[in-house]
Design a protein around this ligand. Structure first.
Ligand SMILES: [Fe+2]
Ligand SMILES: [Fe+2]
Length: 294
């Protein structure tokens, strides 16, 4: 996967966003607590750059054995958007600029939450291999990039993040799975992020049809990176199943039932899901769940 840093996404100013704590998982927790979205995105980019530079020198400060206390009021988030029940949110017609703004805002909210979800995987779960923490911090940096692209696109439309209400479903799944890294891997990247793979192509097509090619191009970048995030989730889910002597297929079904994961509904993006590492048996399970829902 390409670097998250580009002309559009330069590394954050290190003087402005240098991590305060030396341990990288503790610094990830500090970024999670940050309330201001821009400061959070900068802190994540700076921490990611720092860890890559240090790793290139053979240094590691993940402190995998360290147990960090959960502060109250996680995650840090701005006073707006107002969080409401999902069913009370506006429906979006992409044929009007206002409808597209509401959609872009909803996507920005997903990416803001995705930064928090990835940071939570870094700080919360101790005793994982260094590569686990490096993977999820890289995901957090890419989510920060996605958020920055959507924030800029909202600004093009004269809006900012916080202008519309949003729901808290993504963070609620994060909270539900805070006691078990296996459940987290099973249900956040492999269910919630994987649903994004299915949702992205039709949204992109409707944006293009409405003539909003710039927003459609952002969706392309997001889909490319999200395949990598789901692949990382699949990798660590299987790693943990191996470690615990569990069959990944039955473990996923058991965890989805135990944690009340949303039922999977098609149409599915099979190509993206295959690239992300789902196997034929898992794809058959999705098809069966979808058929059972109809
Ligand atoms: Fe994302
Ligand atoms: Fe993601």
């Amino acid at each position: 996967m390409s670097s998250v840093f580009s002309a559009a996404n330069p590394p954050a100013d290190p003087a402005r966003s240098a991590p305060v704590r030396a341990g990288w998982r503790a610094a990830a927790l500090d970024a999670l607590c940050e309330r201001d979205p821009l400061a959070k995105a900068d802190a994540v980019s700076a921490l990611h750059a720092l860890t890559l530079e240090a790793a290139a020198r053979g240094e590691s400060r993940w402190d995998a054995a360290c147990v960090l206390d959960a502060p109250a009021d996680l995650p840090g988030r701005p006073p707006r958007p107002e969080l409401v029940e999902p069913r009370s949110l506006q429906r979006r017609s992409m044929s009007t600029p206002q409808g597209r703004v509401v959609l872009l805002h909803a996507l920005a909210h997903i990416e803001f939450n995705a930064i928090n979800l990835a940071l939570d995987a870094v700080w919360r779960f101790k005793a994982m291999p260094d590569a686990f923490y490096a993977d999820w911090l890289k995901v957090a940096a890419e989510e920060a990039y996605h958020f920055s692209l959507l924030r800029q696109r909202l600004a093009d439309y004269g809006h900012q993040y916080g202008d519309f209400p949003a729901h808290n479903g993504l963070w609620e799944m994060c909270e539900r799975t805070c006691d078990d890294v296996l459940a987290r891997m099973a249900l956040v990247p492999r269910v919630l992020e994987a649903r994004g793979l299915d949702a992205s192509p039709p949204i992109r097509a409707r944006l293009k049809q409405a003539g909003d090619h710039e927003s459609a191009a952002i969706l392309d970048i997001i889909l490319r990176d999200e395949v990598g995030h789901v692949r990382i989730g699949n990798h660590w889910f299987r790693f943990l199943c191996d470690e615990r002597g569990l069959d990944p297929h039955t473990a996923w079904l058991d965890l989805a039932a135990q944690y009340h994961a949303p039922k999977m509904r098609g149409p599915f993006n099979f190509e993206a899901r295959r690239s992300a590492g789902f196997d034929d048996a898992e794809l058959d399970t999705l098809i069966a769940q979808d058929a059972g829902e109809k």
